[in-house]
Design a protein around this ligand. Sequence first.
Ligand code: ZN
Length: 426
Amino acid sequence: MHNFTSLLFGLDEFQVIDVAPTTCPDLLRVVIEMIETQAACPSCGVFSGGIKERPQRRIKDLPGSGQQVELWWRKRRLKCVEAECPTQSFTQTSLAIAPGSRMTERLLAKVAWSIAKSNRSISDVCREYRVSWTTGNKALAAAVQQWLPAPEPTRVLGIDETRARSVKWVVEAESWKRTDPWMTSFVNADPNFSGRLLGLTPGRCGACVSTWLGKQTQEFRDGIEVVVIDPSAPYACGIRSALPGVKIAVDHWHIIKLANQMVTDTRRRVIQEQQGRRGQAIDPMWAHRLLLLTAAEHLSPKQRKRLNKVLDSQDPTGEIQAAYQCKELLRKLLATSNEPRLIRNRLFEFYTACADANTVETIKLAKTIQTWWPAILVFLQHRVTNARTEGFNRVIKQVKRTGCGYRNMDNYEKRIMSHIALNRAA
Ligand SMILES: [Zn+2]
């Protein structure tokens, strides 16, 4: 029973009963009413069409045909015809406008979509659609529930940390407190499937991990066989409490990073001991520091020769050379395919080199490897990595810049998750 104007207006339950220009150019006054003239009483369920009142309510809506719309809803307050019913009158409700709301659902949906899809700031979008910041933020929160499906079950779960924003000092109860907010991301790290962000949670403690896992379905938890983490004791603890019996693997990139740090620490200490100061550009060892961190097989013959020359002349105690050897042996171990005997031999080689070098740094690295060995072995057996999480860290940083300092971590989490969800669907 639509007339043309109602069809153009596009809210199925409503018909347009009047359109008139206002004193403002580009602003149209539109009056609508619901097509259905009857409604069921919310208390007794009896249908009634007896009108008690026709109040008009101003409703905010999307612009139409390039013009702003001053929308009025001519409501129906109906009388309940059931004599025994305690409700004497009630207002007809619509799916397009939530009860008590002064905005159409399509306006709220558009606002939420515009914020999340292109990662615009909430205030920018709210200004465009003439709604308040709070309305925009609430619309986004409501929409996120629909956009974000429950995380898909995965065999390999990746857990990683990201700094949510920079460190700040804030006054709290008359004393200064350091805030160092981190977020933990959960990723589908199964090599057979595309890496997907499954969830985010504020913090980076063991409880953050176990709480997030606790919120998922039993099916999701049961499906996990391996969890990949960086060598973080709190994460490992949280996983063990939430998923007893699951295998924990450490990402080999983080182990290589520790080995590189060990080489750097050794070089710094040796230069400090030799020169009584920090390394400078005039020290050949300092100038060639990046060669020490480059994988041996990636060095050109010329670079190899240069590195050997510097090590021969600038490392009289041989400690830097030994640290470099330990790092390379560890890399070789991590590159080993799943052959138990070869793994055992290479691990022995690495431990022996660390013991022979006998420096503070090599012993510390050997102890770390010993602590994490069961998890490293799982990595060697399954070859699972968190490398794809890096992509999400980039998105998280972009959202952070637009958000310009979210204080509520839940809002922040919703922004990131919805931006990723909408852009993934596209
Ligand atoms: Zn009733």
